[in-house]
Design a protein around this ligand. Structure first.
Ligand code: GLY
Length: 573
């Protein structure tokens, strides 16, 4: 009967006091988080705390955790686990991510739980005898996976949280065990990936059923519920050792996978130092390598900051042109210089100086497109399924998390018996220096495969303070389009004075140096396109870009917005 229940019924908020030691009572039919009846809320203003993420149920879980006395870190843990159940395309325990935060005491935190290359990996592992790249292997199936980092990341986050981990994981267990209704978008997405789930698994995972999925059907994930329960009982060892680890290694042995028990046991999340820079009176904090996000954002923002062009306003040809040229130049450095800083000396300082930035823009010609061939080459393009969570709590903690399996549903291989999808993050390495992979990725030695190394990312979770006070929490999925989406969302707020809702939903454009073209979303204005074409830009229409989640704290209110492009939704109180 459950799978006939429609999800398009307004959720009823329960205002009853619930003890901090109870979680399950608020999950279920008619409860504050009702997996059978929920709606999307695209923007709201709250007084105390707010969450924005890719799925209404996960946002509701996060808000409820904070209502029960948890802080934004508790909510961040619970939301990521809930997304691993309700948003399997990108929410995950088989992938990795980055968390950047400012605590209420002003302490900054950057946790890197990016996947790593397995011990048996090597630089040529995706090349055939003739040295030709075998992209099918880096993108699909068991050999495409790096060693997952998400669970280690959640436990690294726990020291900043307040509640017991057992409580934080319980909503995800309930959602996996008791099921939740699919939105129409998710049902369609599972249907269009059915052929891959069949191809890359030799059993029938929970995502496959005989008939097509419909919005309103219930998805049950009993194996995933058992895995989450092992993590609840044993902590990180419930994933990296024992039964779950054995399930992963057994899955690898069914085919060409190379992740070993040793790889899993060795995995460690790392604490990094955030990249920070000033834009006017805003202090912006981004993620450092192994993400390219923070440094690319710094370069783009600094390249436009002093220009009179940006002052011409939103969608003016002048502001749009200078933003495109900043994007082109920032991306030109990416492939050559960026990689895992534990394996490669990344010249971060040099890339961020005012002298370097103004030199990069010295050949900018107003009203005329530059040519990427004249700007130092280098480009990495990644697939676009990832997911972002923005959270703010009443204590003043700001938490910005971007997490990923890489492609939609990662490698498409589900760990049999454990019920979760593995990532295909190995494809974010440069498969062969100088050779483009299926997504157009070109890289050099900085991002070549080495055992234990983290693959270069574009993920760009960001927090902003103004006068030392919390101001903005923002991020998005979207592969290489991530930094340009965050750049435009921030410029829309800081320069063009938009509300968060407008800032994230405006049509976007993206230039990544190579190919030398500007990608525009379907609703990008035709007249602006024409003007840019007259300047010499090649404009290519494409599908929507990213799904940005933004929180803007001003005048003691918390304005929160979820992207119109997906099932994304906000919650708070
Ligand atoms: N796999 C997407 C990214 O890390 O950029």
């Amino acid at each position: 009967m459950k799978n006939l229940i429609s999800c398009f019924v307004t959720i009823l908020w329960c205002t009853n006091f619930i003890s901090a030691q109870q979680v399950t009572p608020w999950l279920g039919a008619g409860k504050p988080v009702d997996p059978y009846h929920y709606t999307q809320v695209k923007h709201e203003i709250y007084n105390n705390a707010a969450v924005s993420c890719a799925h209404p149920l996960a946002s509701l879980v996060g808000a409820q955790i904070m209502k029960q006395g948890g802080n934004a870190f508790d909510a961040g843990i619970a939301v990521q686990l809930a997304l691993a159940v309700v948003y399997p395309a990108a929410g995950n325990i088989g992938g990795g991510g980055f968390l950047i935060a400012q605590k209420s005491n002003k302490q900054l935190l950057a946790i890197d739980y990016r996947e790593v290359a397995p011990l048996q990996s090597n630089k040529n592992m995706y090349l055939d005898k003739e040295g030709n790249p075998q992209l099918e292997l880096s993108q699909n199936g068991r050999l495409a996976s790096g060693v997952p980092g998400t669970i280690a990341g959640l436990f690294a986050t726990l020291s900043s949280a307040k509640l017991d981990f057992k409580l934080l994981i319980q909503p995800a267990i309930d959602l996996a065990k008791n099921g939740f209704v699919l939105t129409e978008r998710e049902a369609n997405s599972l249907n269009s990936n059915k052929k891959y789930f069949i191809k890359y698994n030799n059993f029938s995972p929970a995502f496959v059923k005989d008939q097509l999925w419909k919005g309103g059907d219930t998805l049950f994930q009993p194996d995933l519920a058992k895995t989450l329960t092992r993590i609840q009982q044993q902590g990180a060892k419930g994933f990296y050792e024992g039964e779950t680890a054995k399930f992963i290694v057994d899955e690898m042995k069914k085919g060409n996978g190379i992740i070993s028990l040793e790889d899993l046991k060795n995995y460690k999340a790392k604490f990094r130092t955030p990249i920070s820079f000033q834009y006017g009176d805003n202090t912006i904090y981004g993620f450092p390598p192994p993400s390219s996000g923070g440094i690319i954002l710094l370069q783009m923002m600094k390249m436009v900051e002093k220009s009179t062009f940006i002052k011409k306003g939103f969608q003016s040809p002048e502001a749009t042109q200078i933003m495109i040229e900043a994007e082109r130049r920032a991306y030109a450095d990416r492939a050559e210089h960026l990689g895992d800083p534990d394996f490669w000396k990344v010249p971060l300082k040099e890339m961020s100086t005012d002298i370097y930035i103004s030199k990069r823009m010295s050949d900018f010609i107003p009203g005329k497109a530059s040519k990427s061939i004249d700007i130092k080459a280098g480009n990495v393009k990644e697939s676009e399924e990832t997911t972002h969570i923005s959270i703010y709590d009443k204590e003043g903690n700001m938490v910005s998390i971007t997490t990923t399996l890489n492609g939609g549903y990662g490698s498409k291989t589900v760990v049999q018996g454990a019920g979760f999808l593995m990532n295909n993050e190995m494809d974010d390495f440069s498969v062969k220096p100088g050779v483009a992979n299926m997504f157009g990725a070109v890289g050099g030695d900085a991002n070549a495969i080495e055992p234990g190394k983290r693959m270069l990312s574009s993920m760009c979770p960001v927090i902003v303070t103004k006068g030392g006070k919390p101001s903005i929490v923002v991020g998005t999925p979207g592969g290489t389009t991530i930094p340009t989406s965050v750049f435009q969302a921030l410029i829309n707020v800081i320069e063009f004075g938009m509300t968060p809702e407008d800032a994230i939903n405006q049509p976007k454009f993206h230039h990544q140096h190579l190919p030398d073209e500007v990608y525009t979303e379907p609703d990008f204005p035709a007249s602006l396109k024409n003007t840019l074409e007259l300047m010499g830009y090649k404009i290519t229409n494409r599908a929507s870009i990213g799904k940005t989640e933004m929180i803007y704290i001003r005048n003691k209110k918390i304005e929160v917005a979820a992207d119109k492009r997906g099932d994304d939704s906000v919650a708070g109180f």
